[in-house]
Write a protein that binds this ligand. Structure first.
Ligand code: NI
Length: 252
C-alpha cells in the first residue's frame, strides 16, 4: 500500500492491523554518464513498492533528497545539509507517530545518508529518553536498512560484477534502475566511459570530488549493468528485505 494513494480512512484501518511503515530514502545526485540523477532514490523506492505488494505493508513517500554535498560539482545534484536531513527524518517520524505508527523501516539507497540518518534516530530516542516528548507516547523504533546490504544482493553483485561493482555509480544500482525504467535506461546506457573502470579513492568537498573523479564514478564499470541483472537484484532484495522487515516488526 502506498500512503500517497490511500485515503485517511484507509490509513486508520491499516493501523488497526499494523503500526509499521517502510520509508524509502535516497538522494538526488549524479551517477556518472550512464546513471540517473535519481538512482539512489529510485532503487529503494522500487524495492519498497515490491515489499508493499508482497507484505501489504504501508510505504511512505520517498525522501528523495539526501546528504550529497560532495556531488555538487556535477549538474543536477541537490543536497540537504546533515542538519536539514536530520530535521526531515525527525519530522517525518514524529508526524507519522502521532497517528499511531511506531516501527519505522527506512530503506536507504545512499551511503552518504547513513551517518546523518543514524544521528536523527538518536535524536528521536533522546526525546523520549530525556522525557521531552512526554511519557504518553509509545516508544518508537527506527531501523536503517541499506538495500544493497543483504546477502542475496551481495551474492549477485559479486557473481556478476566482482571488483567492477565499484562504490559510486555502481553496476548493481544502475542495473536496478534500468530494470525499473527500461526506456530511460536504453537512452543513457551507451554513453562512453573513459576509463572503463573508474578510479578508487577518498574525497572531501565537491571541488575535490570532481577533481579526483572527473566523470563522477568511483571504482565502477557500469557498462556491465543490464536490466536483466536488475531484475535479479530486485527479486533478491525484495525477498531478503521482506524477511528483515518482518523480523523488525516481530522483535519484542
Ligand atoms: Ni548511488
Amino acid at each position: 500500500m502506498q500512503l500517497q494513494l490511500c485515503t485517511w480512512q484507509e490509513v486508520e484501518a491499516y493501523l488497526e492491523g499494523s503500526t509499521g511503515i517502510v520509508i524509502p530514502i535516497g538522494s538526488t545526485e549524479q551517477h556518472g554518464p550512464t546513471g540517473f540523477i535519481g538512482t539512489d532514490a529510485l532503487c529503494p523506492e522500487l524495492i519498497a513498492r515490491g515489499l508493499g505488494e508482497r507484505l501489504d505493508a504501508m510505504v511512505a513517500p520517498t525522501i528523495a533528497t539526501g546528504m550529497a554535498q560532495h556531488h555538487l560539482g556535477f549538474a543536477g545534484t541537490v543536497t540537504l545539509r546533515p542538519s536539514t536531513l536530520m530535521a526531515v527524518v525527525q519530522d517525518t517520524v514524529n508526524s507519522l507517530a502521532r497517528h499511531g505508527f511506531d516501527r519505522f523501516f527506512f530503506l536507504n539507497g545512499h551511503g552518504g545518508n547513513i551517518a546523518t540518518v543514524s544521528a536523527a534516530f538518536s535524536e528521536i530516542y533522546a526525546e523520549s529518553s530525556l522525557g521531552t516528548a512526554g511519557h504518553n507516547r509509545p516508544s518508537l523504533r527506527c531501523r536503517l536498512q541499506n538495500w544493497w546490504d543483504c546477502e542475496a544482493v551481495k551474492r549477485i553483485s559479486e557473481k556478476r560484477f566482482g571488483d567492477a561493482e565499484g562504490s559510486h555509480a555502481a553496476a548493481s544500482e544502475i542495473s536496478l534502475t534500468y530494470y525499473g525504467y527500461p526506456e530511460d535506461g536504453a537512452r543513457v546506457a551507451g554513453a562512453e566511459l573513459s576509463p572503463k573502470r573508474a578510479p578508487k579513492g577518498t574525497f572531501y568537498d565537491a571541488e575535490d570530488y570532481r577533481r579526483r573523479f572527473p566523470d563522477g564514478r568511483i571504482g565502477s564499470d557500469p557498462s556491465l549493468a543490464t536490466a536483466k541483472i536488475g531484475k535479479e537484484l530486485y527479486d533478491a532484495a525484495v525477498g531478503d528485505i521482506a524477511t528483515k522487515y518482518q523480523d523488525f516488526l516481530a522483535d519484542s
